[in-house]
Design a binder for this molecule. Sequence first.
Ligand code: NDP
Length: 287
Amino acid sequence: MSAQILAGKNFAAQIKENTKRDIDVLKRDYDIIPGLAVIIVGENPASQVYVANKHRACAEIGIYSEVIHMPASIGKDALLDKIASLNENDKIHGILVQLPLPDAMKADEAEILNAIDPAKDVDGFHPVNVGKLTIGDEHLVPCTPAGCMKMLEMAGIGIAGKQAVVIGRSNIVGKPMFHLLLARNATVTVCHSRTGNLAAIARQADILVAAVGKPNFVTKDMVKPGAVVIDVGINRLDGKLVGDVDFEQVKSVAGAITPVPGGVGLLTIAMLLSNTVKAACLIHQVN
Ligand code: NDP
């Protein structure tokens, strides 16, 4: 028996359609056009592609968007000034600083991200939004884990009472994933590089989320028959994009699995659009 393939394309299209409907109502009934500003510092080629994709996705569904390119040589203060002016800009409801920042600015990353008004923090990285997530107020949730949850919900996969295992504990994927699954009443275990007996723990999972950043890390022997396997990883191997899960092996044992490419990655931008509209609604107090 082969696993159900959870293709991101269909889910992303549905999220975009729902978001577009909300945008149309905001425009028609409240005269509000949601706006997103994306700041990119330096010339990282992958970041440039991601930012261009975000800009194009905004245009497709009617979100106003600005891309602000700044040279890698820009000082921290100039970047903070830019963020401060976007915080005050009424046309902008969402602000994100594309990561990674240039090496010379890495040490300032927390200060830079914390300068974004939490109400406009569509990446959900600001400590205020992290705090809200931990107490169960899902205000602006980081886009990738939010996309994984949306996919589970749209695929009709039950979470309450299930054993969930998340491999990876980063602030942008692993930890928010833990909180979101816990909030849906899963029993959640988080594994990391110091976890002993990881394979045995992973094998207990009804829902297994891999966010490790290591190609083909999750093998067949780590997966319980019938489990739902969500592969967040995006890795380059021999010139190809691959996930953290050995897809070919694992699909023969899992009940459902996300492919890479074409899986949860496609939901990340859709959730960014959705978060921008959510931020606009919250700022203007529209339900
Ligand atoms: P990080 O490098 O920040 O975190 C990786 C996590 O994996 C860490 O918690 C680390 O543990 C853990 N880890 C590393 N090696 C092992 C190991 N041998 N055994 C168990 N755990 C291990 O990565 P991110 O969370 O940012 O990203 C994870 C993956 O998801 C990457 O491939 C990234 O490209 C992808 N990604 C995809 C997105 C999308 O849109 N689909 C968005 C964001 C990320 P420790 O904490 O102990 O070091």
